[in-house]
Design a protein around this ligand. Structure first.
Ligand code: PMP
Length: 411
């Protein structure tokens, strides 16, 4: 099994000059046990990456979502390179910005306009500002356990650096609890500006949950009736469930949709799209950033969307994810374990139910990673169109060996 001396040495150096060494979602903190995981990658290609110790991994995290067509996917890299060579970060934006907006409004069913930024958090924050501008109201309703970024308004009071006031106008309710939403609307008459949620509930450390039948219909109807802006955070699901936006997968129509991750196959870009009714309000909110007009990531996004459409990327990822799920459940069952897979097959969340403490599951994911299948034990995985039949077969072999290993670990 793999060892990671160079990763660990780099991390020691990093800890001296970078807060946390590696911060945020790439931090080793949630990779349990930490010594089972690589910390630094040196190269990536297709569905795989290699760490600084030369270990090879079939990557089931896809850079936590952005990698959708495979690492170093040539058509996208070429499109970006051409744009870099012509004009990237310049005093005026390039025509590629208009082309990308036209493409997104064409592809995403509810979109009449598109706005570009860099990170998911940029556009979730912008969406709340537009909702407040459009309604003249303060409250934003969110789901408990839902993640929308790192801006103080998205965080919970008690987290370092977050003031009680930052959360003063956000109200968190349980996922799939329409009555709770109705209650919040009744208790805050004329003061709910927006409702923001992911298309389905994909928190960390717990099973992911699809919307109950009728949930989104009821939420949309109440929003429409009360003039509340319905915002979908499609940053993680976007382009993996449905190329037209995940709301199409579930059959409803939001007012604003936030995209990031899969939109540019790893190039830094995010987008907010919206309906005609909110276009003037969006225009009134002052919102911008140093790199938000950079052309190369836009050229990459344009190519990524065209490629995803042409190859029916959603179907490829769904089929791969479906087969992988079946295969892994079977391997687990052969060893006497119950592996539960929730969420959409293109971004499955896995859990071995035999041990509710998650220790066994963490142990299995660690043993898989040490053998070359990078598995997070607490976060939903991602698949890409670059994952192959061969990857799947190798993954199932690794999973099988890892089950043997966890039995030995227990002895
Ligand atoms: N919303 C969701 C659902 C996310 O998964 C993420 C990123 N993990 C964000 C928002 C924030 O995006 P970013 O980290 O690019 O700001």
């Amino acid at each position: 099994t793999y060892t990671y001396p160079k990763s660990q040495e780099l991390f020691q150096r990093a800890a001296k000059v970078i807060p946390c060494g590696i911060y945020g979602h790439l931090s080793p903190a949630p990779l349990i046990p930490a010594d089972a995981y690589p910390f630094y990658a040196s190269r990536a290609e297709g569905s795989k990456f290699w760490d600084v110790d030369g270990n090879e991994f079939i990557d089931y995290m896809c850079a936590y979502g952005p990698m959708v067509l495979g690492y170093n996917y040539k058509p996208v890299d070429d499109a970006a390179a051409r744009q870099y060579a012509q004009a990237n970060c310049v005093t005026s934006p390039g025509p590629v910005m208009v082309e990308l907006a036209e493409k997104l409004t064409d592809v995403v069913s509810m979109a009449d306009w598109a706005f570009f930024a860099k990170n998911g958090n940029d556009v979730t924050t912008y969406a709340t500002m537009i909702a407040r501008k459009a309604t003249g109201r303060k409250k934003i309703v969110l789901i408990k356990g839902g993640y929308h970024g790192v801006a103080p308004w998205t965080q919970t009071y008690g987290h370092h650096g977050v003031m009680e006031e930052d959360g003063q106008h956000t109200i968190r309710i349980r996922w799939n609890d329409f009555e709770a939403f109705k209650k919040v609307v009744d208790e805050n008459p004329g003061d709910v500006a927006g409702f923001m949620a992911t298309p389905y509930h994909h928190p960390t450390f717990v099973d992911n949950e699809m919307p109950l039948p009728g949930y989104w219909d009821k939420v949309q109807a109440l929003c429409n009736a009360k003039g509340i802006v319905l915002i979908v955070d499609d940053i993680r699901c976007g382009f993996r469930l449905d190329i037209r936006g995940s709301h199409e997968y579930f059959g409803f129509k939001p007012d604003l949709v936030c995209f990031c991750k899969a939109i540019g196959n790893g190039y830094p870009i995010s987008a907010l799209v919206g309906t005609e009714a909110l276009k003037n309000d969006a225009a009134k909110v002052f919102y911008t950033g140093s790199y938000w007009f950079s052309g190369a990531p836009m050229a990459a996004a344009l190519k990524t969307i065209n490629e995803m459409e042409a190859m029916d990327a959603v179907k490829m990822m769904t089929d791969f994810g479906e087969n992988l799920k079946k295969g892994l459940i079977e391997v687990a069952a052969n060893h006497g374990y119950d592996l539960k897979v929730t969420g959409h097959p293109a971004m499955p969340y896995l859990r071995i139910t035999d041990d509710p403490t998650l220790m066994l599951h963490q142990d299995w994911c660690a043993e898989c990673t040490k053998r070359g299948a990078f598995f997070s034990s607490h976060h939903n995985w991602f698949v890409s169109t670059a994952h192959t039949q061969e990857d799947q077969e190798r993954t199932l072999e690794i999973a099988d060996d890892a089950f043997e290993a966890i039995k030995k670990n227990k002895e």
